[in-house]
Write a protein that binds this ligand. Structure first.
Ligand SMILES: NC(=O)c1ccc[n+]([C@@H]2O[C@H](COP(=O)([O-])OP(=O)(O)OC[C@H]3O[C@@H](n4cnc5c(N)ncnc54)[C@H](OP(=O)(O)O)[C@@H]3O)[C@@H](O)[C@H]2O)c1
Length: 251
């Protein structure tokens, strides 16, 4: 991995936990400036980092709301004219406090949970891209969102998890569409959908008993693998859906 720090800040959403928190640690440790967002960053592990680090800026935003992505983009633009990298990590699979859990069968579907998954997993990143485009056009930059292999339509042999699967499939299509437009409007920008592999975080915690031995990765390891992919990314690769090793995944 390059030890050179990035010329402009990195914006990381979902930075308070799991993969986003590990990516925040990693980028800070190599000297990057990080803008980290979650709903309440001051009441999360990010707050302890902020005490010690003048390269970290915390911005609260609820990205599942209609105004959340635009307000995060506006707050980011108030801090910098350019971004080197955006990594959208915020996502939802389950939330017991709102009675959200991945559907096993058709009868489990409900409109509210479907909508919430789409808001956070699919709409938030593309609305964020809309607001941030002026910060991503002039200099080489990467816009990446953490998708999931279960969002692959070709690879769906198990069924279930309707809301999560379909919101990640929608995310992939939105990113692909953005990448096509960015070729013309922001030729120095690389747009990527990333699959991190199953990672030991609160999101995967209820489902880890099914993970084969050696296939549950730690957040710091995943952050390192994904960062290597982002460091190598070039606009020629824009619009791809890749895993932590850089392998192309089926849509
Ligand atoms: N873990 C895995 O095995 C795995 C596998 C494939 C893909 N992924 C994807 O990787 C991404 C990161 O997942 P993770 O495993 O690191 O999950 P996690 O530890 O549960 O973290 C989720 C993050 O999303 C943020 N978030 C939740 N609701 C939000 C909202 N309404 N507005 C803004 N931020 C919100 C949370 O922050 P607050 O709650 O503090 O706001 C938290 O920082 C997700 O997109 C997930 O789908 C994970």
């Amino acid at each position: 991995m390059t030890s050179e720090s990035l010329p402009y800040p990195v914006l990381i959403t979902g930075a308070s936990s799991g993969i986003g928190l590990a990516l925040t640690h990693l980028h800070l440790s190599r000297g990057d400036h990080v803008i980290a967002s979650s709903r309440q960053p001051d009441h999360s592990p990010l707050a302890t980092l902020n005490d010690h680090n003048d390269r970290l800026r915390l911005i609260p935003a609820d990205l599942a709301t209609a105004q959340g992505p635009a307000s995060l983009a506006a707050a980011t633009a108030g801090y910098t004219d350019h971004l080197s990298r955006v990594i959208h990590c915020a996502g939802v699979l389950h939330d017991s406090s709102h009675n959200r859990s991945p559907e096993k069968r058709l009868e489990n579907l409900c409109a509210e949970n479907l909508e919430y998954s789409f808001r956070l997993n699919a709409w938030a990143p593309i609305l964020l891209a809309q607001g941030l485009l002026p910060l991503l056009r002039q200099q080489p930059a990467v816009f990446a969102a953490i998708s999931a292999r279960v969002g692959s339509i070709t690879d769906n042999h198990l069924g279930g998890w309707y809301s999560y699967r379909s919101s990640k499939a929608a995310l992939n299509q939105l990113l692909r569409t953005f990448a096509v437009e960015a070729r013309r409007r922001a030729p120095k920008l690389t747009v990527l959908a990333l699959h991190p592999g199953t990672t030991d975080t609160p999101l995967s915690a209820p489902f880890q008993s099914r993970v084969p031995e050696g296939k549950l990765f730690s957040p710091p390891w995943v952050a390192e693998q994904l960062t290597q992919q982002l460091d190598r990314a070039t606009p020629e690769q824009s619009g791809r859906f890749i895993n932590w090793q850089g392998d192309t995944l089926p849509w």
